[in-house]
Structures are given as C-alpha cells and as structure tokens.
Design a binder for this molecule. Structure first.
Ligand code: ZN
Ligand code: ZN
Ligand code: FE
Length: 749
C-alpha cells in the first residue's frame, strides 16, 4: 500500500550534508519525493510502500550525518501525490537565517586519513576539515553561515578547493572553512620575546622538539590557547604550576590516541566512547599509572582528552608522551584567543608560542564530562556542545535572558521551547571577567538577533551578574526577576528531563543565597513551575570568617565542633585538626559565639569540607571542591551501613552523624559511612514527602558515589530519580533553570 510522509525536521540540519544524505537514502529505498531546506530546518516528502517509509524514518534518525542534531521531528501521513523521482529542491528562502549555529567538531576519520596520507594534497595540513568536521561556532561572525561571514573570509579558495566546495557529491560541498596548504591558513612559531622562529611544518616540528626538551609552549587551538608541556616530565609540570601560580588544581592531559590513554588510565567503556565522541570533551578517568605527580596531585582521577584539531593530531604524532593542555590565561581571566594578546600575556608562562592566522571569533573553553551514577554528566558544557540549544518542556511566554550565577557562569537565551545556552564563561568575580561575560552576551544576542523582554538573575544581592542585570533591565525598561539559587538548580534538572509537574528537588551545593538571607546549600524543595516550598534543610551552622570558611574546611570543622561541644571542643580540635594556636582558637570561638562575620549556612558542600578536615585529609583548599573530590576517592562501595541522623520539623540534624564520625578510626570507613548517611537522609525525606519524582542538582551532585547511592536507594523503593545529562549540576546549569521561572510572569505582557 502506497503512502506519503511529510517529515519536517528542526534542529542543526542545515550545512551538515543533510540533503545529500536524504537524497541517497531515499534513492536507495526507491522512494519518491523531495527534500528542501526551509526557514525552520529541513522538509522532506517521501512516498512509496509503507514498509519502506518506516525503514526510511528509522534510518533517517540512525544514519544521519554526524553533525546533524535533530531537535524535533514531525511526521504527517498523507495520501500519495504521484511523485516520479526524488529530488533536492533549491530552497526558496535563500539567505534565511539558520537558527541553529553548530558547535565546533573534532576532525573526522576521513579527514584524519587524508591528513596522514603522504599522497594527499592536505598531507600534514593543520587546517584540514570537511562538512562533517571542523570549526563552526568559533569562526562565525554573523548569520547566515556562509564563508564571507566567517573568519575564513580572508582566505580565497584555490580552484581545487573551490571545485570541492561546489560539488554536491563532494565531502566538502559547502564546507565553509574548506582550505588547503595553497590557499588556507598556516601556523608559525614565535619565541617568548616575539621573534618569528619558524613557519608551517617546521614550526610544528620545532614545537615538538621544544616539548621534548621540557619547555612550555602556548598553542593556539579552536576556541583559545592551551599551555602545553610534557605530562610525564615532573620538572616541566612543576615549572608550569609555578609560572601559572596554580598550586594543586588538576591539569587536563591530551593523549595521542586511545591506546596511549590506556597506558596511563583505566577508562570504562562509556568513558572511552566519550573520549572518542566528536565533541571531544575532557573526560575524568581513573589513573592507572602515574603521569608526572603534579598533574593531578592527591587525586585518583585525571582529566583526559584526545586531539580534536588537525594541529593537535600532527603535534601529538611527533611526541612519544602525552601533554598537559591547560587553558592559556592569566589567573582569574578568560582564556586568551588572539595572537597579539597571546604574545603579550602568555609569554609570561610559555617559552614558545605557536600561532596561526585563522582568527578565533569567540572564546570557547574545553568541555568537561564526568560519569556520575553511570550517566555521562557535563561538568563544563562548552566547546563541542555550545551553542546547541536545549529543548524546554514548555513554551516560554516571551523572549527571556537568564544570566546565570557567579561561579562557572553560563547564560541562556530562551525563546519558545528553545534555550540557547552560552559557552562556559567562568567565574565572574572581577571587572575583567564581567566584561568577558558582557562581550559573550552581546555577541550571542547579536548573532541570534535576540531582544529580551525579561531578565532573570540570581537572588544573591552581591553577585556581579545580579548588579549587571539590575542595570541592564533598568536601561532597557524591562522587568527583572530574581530567582532563588537552589530552585533554579532544580528547575534546570526539570527542564532537561522534560518534567513539568511537581517534583522533590534535592539541591545540595556549596552555597547559594536563601530567601531568609542565610546561605542555603542543603535543600529539599518541593518544586513545580509556579514555585517551591522548602520542605527540609540541614541544620544551619555558622561559617566562621565568611568567605574564608569556604576556602578553609578547618573553619567549618571548628564551627561544627563548637556547635556541639561549645568550649569543650578545644580538646577535640587540638587532637584532630592541630591547625590553630591557642590564641587563634579563642578568637575564633568568640567569632562563633558572637556570630560576627559568621553567616549561617545549611550547605552540604561545607559538610563535606568539614569531614575532610576532621579526618585530617584537607584543612585548606587550593581550589573549589578539592575536599569533596578527595573524599570521593576514598569511598568504598562494599560498605553498606551508615551513621545515625535526626529529622525534626523540617530540619535534618547532622549532630549524631558528627558524633559517630568522630568515633571512627578508619578514614575510608568514615567517608563511606558519611556518604551513605547522606543518601539515607535523601531516602528518608523522599519517603516523608511522598512525591514520586525526585530531581538531583547542585555542585555536590557531581559526587559519583553519592549520586549512585541516592539513585540506588530511591529507585529500590519506587522513586524515579532524575539527574543532569545536558547541563552541569553545578552553577553552570543555573541559567537554564532560571529561564523556566519566567512562566509565572506569563501575564506580564
Ligand atoms: Zn572531516
Ligand atoms: Zn585550496
Ligand atoms: Fe549552586
């Protein structure tokens, strides 16, 4: 029986080789009809026997070009029209703005084969690409995505490249960054004094030699510069740490290929797949053999990734070792992307600088993914993913700008049921980072021609993004909505899991500003799209010294001990923490007693810190989350029991937990039982509240053993547990949640 399907596809389906793919598939199945690009995406009409049509649909989704992301798909069944053949129709809306900008994609296998084929005209050419791979987001200046609108506009294609570009059967048909050694960009190596040392192949060879000699080289990549050095050379890595003034925060390591990863690490199958995915994120994997000890000191895991630009592939192929590849930036500043800036700023750290003359239009840091509770979870969603949108479960009433939080900032532009999330901007705690935020924001708003009708920010009065939003909304005369931090966390988890009705949200993180002016962070919120109720929270404790306590777990430990033992805490402290002098202790006790500069907090993140200090694991942090990461490494899944805790009138009291923990002699046992206790608490509250859907969010939910345990306990009892897969559980995901808050302002216009 003959039928006709009209299929309309929305998403990243233009400029990715979709029409030729549809043409080939339809012809192979002897189906008739046409395919056309329209202003929303791709429209297909196919007719033929029903069975073949179904096969077409299945294969359409399964075999689609690697860069295509189908966002939504509508299929309409119609009576046959009597098409005679299958054709690619010219789009009548030529020049129509393609709504979806593609992310940058790692070099594909075919390009890679050509890259290392001595007979190919692009042999060892560091800018090889095709329709299935190469830079996109970082080279686009404006839409539509055509070569004159990219930073490739300065390079005129040679006849051979032009021919490929115009041939619909060629893999480089309409590949905007198409180039070759004759017509495209090239690399050059500079000394730190700014002297040109070598160009083209020689520059890469010399870079490899320098790395072999233990030098540090700044290398221009896709979304910014990396600082690279031999990851197995302790002296080189130490030197990089000293120059960057970066004490212990782990460095990411780039490996030549998967085989080399396996020499040093033990990725699971899922982690291997992530390493090889076209997004090429940094993946946190267990170390097997030690790289240079300073790469990720004190941690079991290392951030590993594979080459994603042809330049990386060539460079790494010259080296017998993996390299540290960390963002090239001054501390507290965004990643460097321009040549001039690199010569000026990165010469401070690097012995050599490898530049190229393809301009990077916008910064885009490497993405980071971690498998949490068996689910690949973004820790930082940036290169390879941004700016692909996330689909919202509801239509927004108007255009909404959500500015995110302060740490690990991202912002979001929301329109209809689409959320365009920015690349990772970073911590916005000074004027430099604030202006980087502003630059990225106006850039994306211009690209999409986006005029917000509502701005959403965090409730925290002292976040730079809050102040910025107040000013921006005033100047533009639009409404500003402030949203509680942990509610936004849970909304982001609801958004990406397509949830619109009531959930129990477990939002545990460092700290976020609460409705009562205290610092929240151990929250159980009953949430729907209209609002939330704080159902349970952890017993608040003072953070002695405010901000200082965030960096010094020993201060949090102190506070908990004072809360429980009052003056009798001194003995326990001297025995366990051994960090304070008698006078210091007395001063801190006074501060605790008087509550001066000691804001109350219910943060579970801080409880983790306290445990790290009480067990003598870490008293002062050199980066955020360090204590929790070190505890995570000690977790033993064979430990099944947990410590006692109390629940009373909406408060979870950690006092019995603390007392039991202090009795424990074995660190690993203590950590395992502590984490199990938190999971038990989650279960107990879920039982009390009795809502079947439970969302986990907040920075603490980056802890794999904790999330795994919560999932295990709650699913056993029939709860449905939702976690993050598309945006980070940390503050990088806040902006997505903030967008959803606009729903309660439905009647604004
Ligand atoms: Zn390719
Ligand atoms: Zn060429
Ligand atoms: Fe947070």
């Amino acid at each position: 029986m003959e039928k006709r399907f009209r299929i309309s596809l929305q998403g990243a389906v233009q400029g990715v080789g979709f029409r030729p793919f549809v043409y080939n598939l339809a012809t192979e199945l002897s189906l008739r009809g046409f395919v056309i690009n329209d202003s929303h995406g791709v429209l297909i009409e196919v007719e033929g026997p029903e069975q073949k049509l179904v096969e077409f649909l299945i294969r359409l989704n399964r075999e689609k070009p690697p860069l295509a992301h189908i966002f939504s798909q509508e299929v309409e069944e119609l009576s046959p029209k009597g098409y005679e053949d299958f054709t690619i129709r010219e789009s009548d809306s030529k020049g129509e703005k393609e709504v979806f900008i593609l992310p940058d994609v790692a070099t594909c296998d075919e390009c890679l084969r050509e890259l290392f084929d001595p007979k190919d005209r692009r042999f060892l050419y560091p800018f090889i690409n095709c329709t299935n791979c190469g830079p996109r987001f970082t080279i686009i200046e404006k839409l539509p995505y055509d070569r004159p609108n990219t930073t490739m506009k300065l390079f005129k294609m040679c006849p051979l490249c032009q021919e490929e570009y115009e041939d619909p059967k060629n893999r480089r048909f309409h590949a905007q960054p198409n180039a070759c050694p004759q017509c495209g960009p090239h690399v050059s190596l500079f000394s730190r004094e700014g002297k040109l040392l070598a160009e083209r192949e020689k520059a890469i060879k010399k870079t490899a030699e320098a790395l072999k000699e233990g030098k540090i080289v700044a290398v221009k990549g896709i979304g910014g510069f990396h600082l690279m050095c031999n990851a197995t050379d302790e002296e080189a890595v130490q030197k990089l740490r000293e120059r960057k003034k970066r004490q212990e925060k782990p460095f990411a390591v780039m490996f030549k290929n998967l085989e080399q990863v396996l020499e040093y690490g033990e990725p699971t199958d899922l982690e291997k797949a992530l390493l090889l995915s076209p997004e090429r994120p940094i993946v946190l994997i267990n170390k097997e053999k030690e790289l240079a000890p300073s790469v990720s000191p004190g941690l079991k895991k290392v951030g590993a990734f594979l080459p994603y630009s042809p330049l990386h592939h060539i460079l790494l192929s010259e080296l017998p070792f993996p390299v540290v590849a960390t963002s090239g930036n001054l501390s507290d500043e965004p990643i460097v992307k321009d040549n001039e800036e690199a010569l000026e700023k990165l010469s401070e750290f690097a012995d050599y600088i490898l530049l190229h003359n393809r301009e990077i239009k916008r910064r885009c840091d490497d993405s980071v993914v971690k498998v949490i509770g068996k689910t690949p979870t973004p820790i930082r969603r940036s290169r390879g993913y941004a700016p692909l949108p996330v689909k919202l479960p509801v239509e927004l009433p108007f255009k909404v700008l959500a500015v995110g939080g302060m740490l690990k900032n991202t912002f979001a532009l929301g329109q209809g049921n689409v959320a365009f999330l920015s690349q990772h901007i970073g911590d916005i705690d000074n004027l430099t980072t604030l202006s980087a935020f502003e630059e990225a924001l106006f850039d994306l708003m211009n690209l999409y021609d986006f005029q917000p009708q509502l701005v959403v920010c965090d409730l925290h009065p002292r976040y730079e993004t809050t102040r910025w939003s107040e000013k921006f909304s005033r100047e533009r005369g639009i409404k500003l909505l402030k949203v509680q931090h942990h509610y936004a966390h849970i909304l982001s988890c609801m958004a990406e899991n397509d949830l619109t009705s009531q959930v129990l949200g477990i939002a545990w993180d460092g700290t976020g500003y609460g409705e009562d002016g205290t610092l929240w962070g151990g929250e159980f919120l009953l949430c729907d799209l209209q609002g939330y109720k704080r159902a349970y929270h952890f017993r608040p404790f003072p953070l002695i010294g405010g901000e200082k306590a965030v960096k010094e777990p020993r201060r949090v430990a102190l506070s908990l001990l004072f809360e429980v033992f009052k003056k009798d805490a001194f003995g326990v402290i001297e025995e366990r923490i051994k960090e304070f002098s008698e006078t210091q202790l007395r001063t801190l006790y006074k501060a605790w007693e008087s509550r001066i500069n000691a804001p109350l907090s219910s943060s579970v993140g801080r409880l983790f810190d306290a445990v790290a200090s009480l067990l003598g694991i870490k008293h002062k942090l050199s980066y955020e989350g360090q204590g929790a990461m070190m505890l995570e490494d000690l977790y033993d899944p064979s430990v099944k029991d947990h410590y006692p805790f109390l629940m009373h009138e909406g408060i979870i009291d950690w006092e019995p937990t603390l007392l039991a923990l202090l009795e424990e002699r074995d660190k690993a046992l203590a950590v395992s039982r502590f984490i199990n206790t938190l999971a038990r608490i989650a279960l107990q509250v879920a039982r009390e509240v009795g809502v079947s859907k439970v969302c986990l969010s907040g920075g603490v939910m980056q802890n794999d053993p904790l999330v795994s345990k919560i999932k295990e306990l709650l699913t056993e009892e029939g709860f449905e547990v939702f976690t993050h897969r598309k945006v980070p559980p940390n503050d990088g995901g806040l902006s997505l949640g903030q967008l959803l808050c606009s729903l309660k302002e439905r009647d604004l216009y």
